[in-house]
Design a binder for this molecule. Structure first.
Ligand code: GEK
Length: 240
C-alpha cells in the first residue's frame, strides 16, 4: 500500500467539486493531517473515549470512516468484551483502502459501503462523526442526529467533530486566516490553499458552533461538551 504526499491542487487549472475518489484515497492520511489542525490529537482522544464509554456487548459506529482512523482508534481503546465496530463510508475508493489499513487491527471492523443516512443505528454505546456531518446536506443533518440519538443506549456518546463557521464575519475571517497560516506552515502553497477552498465551496458546508449545540439539543441529547477547538475545527461529545 503506497501513501503519497498530497499534491492534488499544486498545478493551476480548472477546479471541480471535491470528490472522495482514488486519487484522494491515496493521499488521504497526508491530506487530513496537514489540513485539519489537531487531527492526530482528536484520533488519540477517540481511543481514550472508547476506553471510557464503550459498553459491553454494544455497537460502535464510525460514520464517514474514510480510511478508518477513528475505527482503529476505537479498536485500540476497547476494554469491554463483545463490542462490534461498524465503519461506514459511501466512497468505494476510501473503503477499499480502509479495509487494507485494518489488516491486523486490534479488533475486527465491519466495513460497510453505504450512505450514512441509510444505515440503521442500534444498540450503540458510541457513535463517531469525525468531520463527516459537514458533507451531509443541511436539510438532512437533524434527522441523522435524531436517528443516532435514537440508536444510542442510555449513557452512550456521540463524538461530533466539525469545521465550523465563525459567529460573526470578523470571527470567521480570523479563524480562516489562522487555518490558512497552519496550512502554509504544513507546506501547502497559496495556490493549493485557494484551489482546495474552491473545490470544497459547494461540498463542505460549515455551520456555527451555536447551530451545532442547538441542533444536538433538539435531537434529544442530554448534554454536549465541546472538548477540543483549534481555529475553526471543533470536537464535541454529546451524551445520550
Ligand atoms: C477520519 N472520519 O479520518 N455517507 C457516507 N459517507 C459519507 C457521506 C455520506 N452521506 N458524506 C461524506 N462521506 C474520517 C474523516 S472525511 C473528512 C472523514 C474530510 C464520507 C466521505 O466519503 C469521506 O470519506 C468522509 O465522509 C469525510 O476520522 O475529508 O474532511
Amino acid at each position: 500500500m503506497t501513501e503519497r504526499r498530497d499534491r492534488l491542487y499544486d498545478r493551476p487549472g480548472e477546479v471541480g467539486d471535491f470528490v472522495f475518489d482514488a486519487a484522494v484515497a491515496q493521499v488521504f492520511p497526508d491530506m487530513i493531517s496537514r489540513s485539519v489542525p489537531g487531527y492526530a490529537a482528536i484520533i488519540n482522544m477517540i481511543e481514550l473515549l472508547s476506553a471510557m464509554h464503550a459498553q459491553p456487548g454494544s455497537r460502535l459506529y464510525d460514520l464517514g470512516c474514510s480510511l478508518g482512523a477513528a475505527s482503529l482508534a476505537m479498536a485500540r481503546g476497547l476494554v469491554q468484551p463483545d463490542c462490534h465496530i461498524i465503519a461506514v463510508d459511501n466512497a468505494p475508493a476510501m473503503l477499499e483502502r480502509a479495509r487494507e489499513h485494518a489488516v491486523g487491527a486490534a479488533q475486527t471492523i465491519d466495513f460497510r459501503l453505504s450512505d450514512i443516512r441509510d444505515v440503521e443505528i442500534r444498540d450503540a454505546s458510541m457513535v463517531v462523526l469525525n468531520f463527516t456531518l459537514q458533507f451531509v446536506p443541511l436539510e438532512d443533518r437533524e434527522t441523522l442526529l435524531q436517528r443516532i440519538r435514537g440508536g444510542l443506549r442510555p449513557g452512550g456518546i456521540l463524538i461530533l467533530s466539525e469545521k465550523i463557521a465563525g459567529e460573526s464575519p470578523q470571527t470567521d475571517a480570523a479563524l480562516v486566516e489562522m487555518h490558512h497560516a497552519f496550512k502554509r506552515q504544513q507546506g501547502y502553497s497559496d495556490l493549493e490553499i485557494s484551489q482546495k477552498r474552491t473545490a470544497l465551496e459547494n461540498v463542505l458546508l460549515p455551520e456555527t458552533l451555536a447551530t451545532h449545540l442547538q441542533r444536538l439539543e433538539h435531537a434529544g441529547f442530554a448534554r454536549v461538551h465541546p472538548w477540543f477547538q483549534c481555529f475553526n475545527f471543533v470536537s464535541m461529545v454529546a451524551l445520550a
